[in-house]
Design a protein around this ligand. Structure first.
Ligand SMILES: [Zn+2]
Length: 226
């Protein structure tokens, strides 16, 4: 299985080395994603401050997901630490569960700190109203494997992906596809956004399911935002 986030895979492969083979981590890793989020400790995890900028759309279809890349300095701050948004992409089904509840879809927004720490923000979708961002994106998805498409006339602000309320769970996890590299900081937003049944159907007509089942927490602490 190919990772939908190949550039991160390569980056992480060089950043995180350990005794296990990469393929082995998907099977034997103890800090894997997605997972079932049940808060085990409530503490001030720090408020999130999203400074996302509107940018010309750069979009690719790798056959597994649609990916939108950013090079415009959109940042997320948690306390004093800033992370730069590099890309977002989608999964069906949602993967991470909240108190056992499953969701039909998720968006993952991947960020990196200046020191190279990868931080993923997960947004879960539930069936409901039409999603404004997907309304923009769905007609623009290029053919699989046709590379990055820069659409100078189409601008997009990734804030459109986020729910109003930015409460979150935070845990230490991994990439959700091979090589399942660990050391990824996850912030799963507690409040899902909505997607219409018709939009989900349209997305699923283009992409097969690309998310594995929830993985055991193995004693990892899940921190809940205040
Ligand atoms: Zn992902």
């Amino acid at each position: 299985m190919h990772s939908p986030i190949t550039s991160y895979t390569l980056l992480l492969a060089s950043l995180f080395s350990c005794g296990l083979t990469h393929a082995g981590l998907c099977e034997s890793g103890q800090r894997q994603s997605p997972t079932d989020l049940r808060a085990s400790s409530q503490q001030a995890g720090g408020a999130l401050s999203f400074d996302y900028r509107t940018t010309a759309l750069k979009i690719a279809n790798d056959g597994h997901t649609v990916r939108v890349r950013f090079h415009n300095g959109s940042t997320l701050r948690i306390g004093k630490q800033a992370y730069t948004l590099e890309q977002f992409h989608f999964h069906t089904p949602g993967g991470d569960r909240i108190e056992g509840q499953q969701f039909p879809m998720a968006a993952h927004l991947l960020h990196k700190s200046p020191s190279g720490q990868l931080l993923a923000v997960g947004v879960l979708f539930r069936l409901g109203a039409e999603n404004a961002l997907l309304n923009r994106l769905l007609p623009l998805i290029p053919k699989a494997g046709s590379g990055d498409h820069g659409l100078a006339d189409e601008t997009l602000n990734p804030l459109l992906l986020l729910p109003q309320d930015k409460l979150y769970y935070r845990y230490q996890g991994s990439l959700t596809a091979a090589p399942c590299t660990e050391g990824v900081e996850w912030l799963m937003l507690k409040n899902p956004v909505e997607i219409s049944a018709q939009q989900l159907q349209r997305y699923k007509a283009l992409f097969n399911d690309n998310m594995r089942a929830a993985q055991p927490l193995n004693g990892r602490r899940v921190v809940q935002s205040p």
